[in-house]
Write a protein that binds this ligand. Structure first.
Ligand code: MEV
Length: 326
């Protein structure tokens, strides 16, 4: 959906979806185009006025508010010094690679912008990216774009054939602007498996930065970008087998980038016979895998992940992004 964020008064509630990157994580940080699914797992932020003259709170705790970098970054530019009382509920595990911080940031920004008189969706996308990037110090607008726009998206310095342009976002570090496009959702059920090993995006992104300085680094990034182009074609054609093949190829390249982890390998091995394709999703080094099951084998993939000690989620694409709730 592409509707605006309406004006509202406190108390209000906003919700935004998490995400799984289907193709192109890490390469997107170097300007290649990634493909991301917004997931039907989300974060809800309830915002009320805080005690006059007091501090903002997160689930009743001022300390939790103080130590949340995303919240601090958002409050710096958008609370006009007023204390806010936030209550947050999420069904996205933290540090799982499934976009919990972007969903929190986008829901929070949707709430704060509506308190300030409302916003276009493109502005919400820009403010959410700026806030997440300010808190993390590294990274692309992939996660916040999924949280704001919903659906299946391409995000990179260039659009991709077959994607409809949604908006562009200015770079926050002086580089070229980002372009966000939409690809039709083929309507499948995906299975995501969390290893239980929290990942640290900034550390893994920096490590990949070192890896791509090696002589074959640019070629590796270009190969990942090429898989994303093929992946979009396959999604548009609703060709499950071809999407699965592209996922497997992307996984091979991610291993070469050095972002795998023994627990990720175990989960991927456990689902190999039921999935058309599966790969690490997000930063890696822990976090989660995403799988496209053979049709009708969704539950078998979920069960295999569970038997291998992971946490499975059977999920469809969330068609809409961040929105106020009634
Ligand atoms: C994190 O979800 C995806 C990465 O590509 C980092 C980024 O794009 O910000 C690893």
């Amino acid at each position: 959906m592409n509707d605006a964020i309406p004006p509202a008064r406190a108390p209000l509630r906003a919700r935004a979806p998490g995400k799984a990157i289907l193709f192109g994580e890490h390469a997107v940080v170097f300007g290649r185009t990634a493909v991301v699914l917004a997931l039907e797992l989300g974060t809800e932020v309830a915002i009320d006025e805080g005690a006059p003259g007091g501090e903002s709170t997160y689930n009743g705790s001022a300390e939790a508010a103080r130590s949340n970098p995303y919240l601090q970054e958002a409050l710096r530019s958008h609370s006009a010094g007023h204390a806010l009382a936030l209550n947050v509920r999420s069904d996205i595990p933290k540090a799982s690679g499934l976009g919990s911080s972007a969903a929190f940031t986008a829901a929070l920004m949707a709430g704060l912008l509506s308190l300030q008189g409302g916003s276009s969706r493109a502005r919400l996308a820009e403010e959410s990216f700026r806030t997440e990037r300010g808190a993390q110090g590294v990274g692309s607008p992939v996660d916040t774009s999924a949280a704001v726009a919903g659906g299946v998206l391409t995000v990179g310095h260039q659009g991709l054939p077959g994607a409809t342009a949604l908006w562009s976002l200015p770079a926050v570090d002086g580089g070229p602007p980002w372009s966000v496009g939409r690809v039709p959702d083929p309507g499948w059920t995906w299975v995501v498996g969390y290893t239980g090993v929290p990942k640290d995006t900034a550390t893994v992104v920096r490590r990949v930065g070192e890896r791509v300085k090696r002589p074959d680094g640019e070629r590796l990034l270009d190969e990942i970008a090429h898989v994303a182009v093929e992946g979009v074609e396959a999604l548009r054609a609703k060709d499950r087998a071809a999407v699965g093949r592209a996922m497997k190829e992307n996984q091979r390249l991610l291993v070469d980038l050095g972002i795998s982890h023994p627990r990720l390998e175990e989960l991927l091995a456990s689902i190999d016979r039921y999935a058309l394709g599966a790969k690490i999703t997000g930063a890696g080094g822990g976090g989660s895998v995403v799988a496209l099951p053979r049709e009708g084998e969704e539950v078998l993939v979920g069960r295999a992940i569970s038997h291998a000690g992971g946490v499975p989620f059977l999920v469809r694409v969330a068609p809409s992004g961040a929105a106020l709730e009634a």
